[in-house]
Write a protein that binds this ligand. Sequence first.
Ligand code: GLA
Length: 387
Amino acid sequence: MKETVLKKFAEVFGDTEGVSVYFAPGRVNMIGEHTDYNGGHVFPCALTIGTYAAARKREDDKLRFYSMNFENLGVIESSIVDLKPEKEAGWTNYPKGVMWAFEKRGFKMPGGLDIVLNGNIPNGSGLSSSASLEVLTGYLLRDLFGFDVTNVDLALIGQYSENNFNGMNCGIMDQFASAMGKKDNAIFLDTADLSYEYAPLVLEGAKIIVTNSKVKHQLVDSEYNVRRSECEKALEELQMVIGIGGLGDLSEEQFEEYKSAIKDEVRVRRAKHAVYENQRTIRAVEALKNNDIKLFGELMNASHVSLRDDYQVSCGEIDILVEEAWKIPGVVGSRITGGGFGGCTVSIVKDEAVEEFKEKIGAAYQEKTGKQADFYVVEIGDGPSKL
Ligand code: GLA
């Protein structure tokens, strides 16, 4: 991949003198969905797929972007002066947002850049191609301009840019998983204070499989922001009766005791998901530590039911993938992963059932939706790097 982006850089910008190449990964979340903006826990891991960039500093203020994923758009030009989101800027609003967020933190770029990008995360799959692009941009700015920030800062800057430049009120999970990834480990992150620990995720006799539904419903951004405000409102209502900082502070028992403070039935269900999902995540990591994969799988299944029924972020296509998976005896657990309304499922599948999994689910999905699902055996990789 390094050679591919370098070659393209030479083609687009003339030569590769002084060019550096970088990588930042996408992520898959094992459990802990829609908990990261509720002060709860998440359990994602970085993938070995992600976004690559070849970049070089410029003497003037110009920014020139080229993406191998959108070759029809050609070179998109901009400037480091007066960075603001623009509809015509398309995907370059992500790297520009990160530059803007660095500036807000007092790190001003002394000059512009020429950048060629190439990503191998399937488009719209919910495996965080945007977070990987944000972390990649932060990583290369730090390297090229010597900005003094940590990898956790890179995650926070990426999230800040996505919230405030690109208008998506995401939590910290995706950027954190990309910036802090560790080979063969998932990250058990408490989003209330960003404390985290790594947990080895090499399963004996089983594989982690991501199934791409290849659908992305338009709802994703708007409904995501709606869910987030429903949770905020439910929290305010609960705070009238109990002193908590986030829904993640509540046990299931406390939630049941105080839930009547929430004055709307839909909000009760949203908050219930946030509280129960957080507790499931804590239990799932405990189960993993005890080598109890069976329990881990059951918690994944319960997570899906809650996301489908209470949080209502699944969709017909994803439910088919999950329900077909549940029918196969060698499937330990299966659930939707990521923001929802399409994208991917994540499943733990015993080695001997992997072929059956792909065949049966592929066929049932094709029959019921007319679409072809894609399957990837997950390889857990490291965070960003200079190649
Ligand atoms: C998206 C967001 C994350 C997280 C997940 C749901 O991926 O970017 O912050 O909220 O949805 O768990």
